[in-house]
Write a protein of this length. Structure first.
Length: 250
């Protein structure tokens, strides 16, 4: 649109005796003109998934039938399952406000029958046996928020390059990774700390004797352990997708 679209031009001719005519031109704006112009205030580039939903990605890329076990120390193991394919983004996995969050559930015989009655029942035991080696507000008293998704073939989270942004396509991004169930590790150190505090109470009853004499129960083999994977909207914390998967301890 021309800058003078709302300008009115008037031309007057003035005759003078003995001289040539003089033309006088005046310009006047008519009303107020508002012109909208496009202005970019924020630009962000992001990669979309080849999968329509989180559940579709999990079902296609994870192999929960082939679980693995990794010894941390005697009677304490991490267990997990591997995946192969499209990697996750940093916003999906990194930090307390990650979009994708994994959390163990109590629906296992090992935790309900072996761990909970020994370690957590009656917490804080006699009002003084507390867990302070870790943040229970962050991970939960029952350490279910210790499940993590890890990618093993990429040194860092996937970042878009200038070339990828220019062509609008990302290729060759397949990776390997795993979902890691770390509940036994945290339950073991909870058990150790509570046991040490109970030993100093000088109380003799069945609960104390059980706590002091029972070895830490190793995670049961041949069983599957449930994990809930959730997609959480940032800012409001609303869960939009949730799926329970089962990690097998071979």
């Amino acid at each position: 649109m021309a800058m003078e679209a709302n300008i009115k031009t008037e031309v007057k001719t003035v005759s003078q005796s003995g001289t040539s005519d003089v033309k006088m031109e005046s310009k006047q704006a008519e009303g107020v003109r508002v012109e909208s112009e496009e202005k970019i205030i924020y630009t962000s580039y992001f990669r979309t998934s080849e999968h329509a939903t989180l559940s579709e990605k999990i079902n296609r890329q994870f192999n929960f039938s082939l679980g693995w076990r990794w010894a941390i120390m005697a009677a304490v193991h991490h267990i997990g399952a591997g995946y192969e394919g499209e990697p996750f983004d940093q916003a999906e996995l990194d930090g307390k406000n990650a979009l994708i969050q994994a959390e163990a559930t109590a629906n296992s015989a090992w935790f309900n029958e072996d761990i909970f009655p020994l370690v957590y029942e009656g917490y804080p035991l006699y009002g003084v046996a507390n867990i302070n080696w870790r943040n229970i507000n962050e991970l939960g008293l029952l350490p279910f928020k210790t499940v993590s998704l890890k990618e093993s073939l990429m040194p860092d989270y996937l970042q878009l390059t200038d070339d990828q942004i220019s062509i609008g396509k990302v290729t060759n991004t397949s990776t390997l990774g795993s979902i890691v169930y770390r509940v036994p590790y945290h339950a073991y150190y909870d058990y150790q700390q509570i046991q040490q505090q109970v030993a100093n109470l000088h109380i003799d009853n069945e609960r104390v004797r059980k706590m002091l004499s029972t070895p830490f129960p190793a995670i049961r083999t041949g069983a599957s352990y449930p994990v809930q994977i959730k997609y959480v909207l940032p800012g409001i914390g609303k869960v939009t997708t949730s799926q329970t998967v089962y990690i097998k301890n071979p």
